[in-house]
Design a protein around this ligand. Structure first.
Ligand code: MSP
Length: 503
């Protein structure tokens, strides 16, 4: 069986989760669910990045130990994962003893083979990014991402011979033009390497909150090295047996553009040093913007995903994330835009369509899905949809995929209007035509439900239930979405309005 491994970044726990965290988690969930529908064996990993100075400082401010702080905060992130209906197979915490042990083993190996050495270092450090900056990369002396002044740090650190891997890394990029998606991000990633690579500090002497360097416990492992390793350590202990052989290399690491450099340079170089295969793809998405700026904890302009889901429901939230903003690019989100799409698309175009179709089958055919009389004009559109969904999902164009599905939802709405079943129902001799239209609408909805499943899983299962299907694995398979898969004779059932209209 083909395997599929997708990851989200692991989230910092210095503050509460926000919509940006929900966004990547849902994106990964969409991919994971889709690949399960293809019948693949899927491993979907998410989790939390709990070491490093922001977490340590947050704990200090609150007068608790770092461990107490992260134990408290992680609950909110696990809650977010649950509330967005993420179907993750494991939730890793970098404070897991199993993870820490594997991080130590990994860097010990690099140390033993001469890839790590001691050197004293002076540099400008932004502790929110957990990264060193060169003067020229600062905005007016401030961190371009956080708007705060980096501190001058001078310490004796362990360095990883990143420079040793520049050529091999560049070759990997040349040989794998789809290593980083999309093209502009690939170019950006390649440009990081093109300028040559300097060795990087991979330990901190002044920080206590981290994984101790095994041969020098006075230092802790740099939080990014610790964090990146989660993608392989998790496979070692998430299941009863070691899953590394089955799932590594990862198919997709999803991430926002701010953390591309770590994933595009440091991570693959670490893997090359360890003689491991590189992930197949890094997919970089943009930022959700509110009021024109990236939402960030440091800036305080965050939209609380819990409040949004509470008010609109989880599926509406998931839908909006990939409907409003082209996946891969930045895009503005707003409550206004949210409500507009909710009403016009979810409530009217989808919810209303389902209630009308179910109501007509009840009214005209006693709730039983009739047999179609012949070929359908919608079959071609369904076949085209199937082709487009496959094409878009194969390049992680989640919003393009959703757009195509929505085109099909709209064609069903047009079909209701054009065929006017209520008129056909008044003419006895057109009963065959009415059977045909009712079947087509039910079948069209079933197909929508299958393709919509990765995006709005609860709604998808509910649509199938109304059409007399269980919404079990078989009903959800992508292969089963081919036109004509709906067996006539099933009974439709009633239910609450899918999306109650907002005032
Ligand atoms: N802990 C690191 C990742 C380590 S992965 C080995 C980290 N954590 S984070 O919590 O700050 O960010 C996690 C992800 O959320 C990043 O991919 C980031 O781009 C994304 N987002 C944060 N704010 C965002 C938006 N406003 N919009 C979309 N995504 C955003 O970085």
């Amino acid at each position: 069986m083909k395997s599929f491994y997708v990851t989200t970044p692991i989230y910092y726990v210095n503050d509460v989760p926000h919509i940006g965290h929900a966004y990547t988690t849902i994106a990964a969930d969409v991919l994971a669910r889709y690949h399960r529908q293809l019948g693949e064996e899927v491993f979907f990993l998410t989790g939390t990045d709990e070491h490093g100075s922001p977490a340590a400082r947050a704990a200090e401010r609150r007068g608790v130990t770092p461990q107490e702080h992260v134990d408290e905060m992680v609950v909110k992130f696990q809650e977010l994962v649950r509330q967005v209906d993420a179907s993750n197979d494991f939730f890793i915490r970098t404070t897991d003893a199993e993870h820490c042990r594997r991080v130590q083993e990994f860097i010990q190996r690099l140390y033993d083979q001469g890839d790590i050495y001691l050197k004293s270092y002076r540099g400008l450090y932004c502790s929110s990014c957990e990264a060193f900056y060169q003067e020229k990369d600062l905005d007016d002396g401030k961190c371009p991402d956080h708007g705060t002044e980096p501190e001058l740090v001078e310490e004796e650190n362990y360095f990883f011979r990143l420079s040793r891997y520049a050529d091999r890394l560049e070759r990997h990029y040349r040989e794998h033009p789809d290593f980083v998606l999309q093209q502009s991000r690939y170019n950006e990633a390649l440009s990081f390497i093109g300028g040559g690579l300097e060795d990087i500090s991979i330990s901190r002497a002044t920080l206590k909150w981290g994984v101790p360097v095994p041969w020098d416990p006075e230092q802790v492992v740099y939080v990014w090295v610790d964090a990146l390793l989660n993608y392989i350590t998790a496979l070692g202990y998430a299941g009863e047996e070691d899953l590394t052989g089955r799932f590594w290399p990862a198919d997709y690491h999803l991430m926002g553009k701010d953390i591309l450099k770590f994933h595009a340079v440091i991570w693959p170089a670490m893997l090359l040093a360890a003689g491991m295969e590189l992930p197949r793809h890094l997919f970089v998405h943009g930022y959700l913007l509110m009021g024109g700026r990236k939402m960030s904890k440091t800036r305080g302009n965050v939209l609380d995903p819990f409040a949004v889901m509470e008010k609109y429901g989880v599926d509406a939230f998931r839908f909006y994330c990939f409907r409003e903003v082209t996946f891969g690019q930045d895009g503005v989100v707003s409550l206004n835009g949210f409500e507009t799409r909710y009403n016009s698309e979810l409530a009217n175009e989808l919810g209303n369509l389902l209630s009308r179709v179910v109501a007509m089958i009840r009214k005209y055919r006693e709730g039983v899905i009739p047999a179609p009389g012949g070929d359908s004009s919608l079959a071609g559109a369904a076949a085209e949809l199937s082709r487009v969904v496959e094409e878009k999902m194969s390049v992680v164009d989640l919003s393009g995929c959703l757009e195509a599905i929505w085109g099909f939802v709209r064609s069903l709405n047009r079909h209701v209007e054009a065929s006017a079943p209520w008129k056909l129902a008044r003419e006895e001799e057109r009963a065959g035509e009415l059977d045909q239209v009712l079947y087509e609408l039910a079948e069209g909805l079933r197909i929508c439900a299958v393709y919509l499943h990765p995006f709005i899983p609860r709604t998808s299962v509910e649509i199938l239930r109304r059409l007399g299907l269980e919404g079990q694995d078989g009903d959800l398979s992508i292969d089963g979405a081919a036109w004509g898969g709906l067996a006539p004779g099933g009974s439709v059932s009633d239910g609450d309005v899918l999306f109650a209209k907002l005032d």
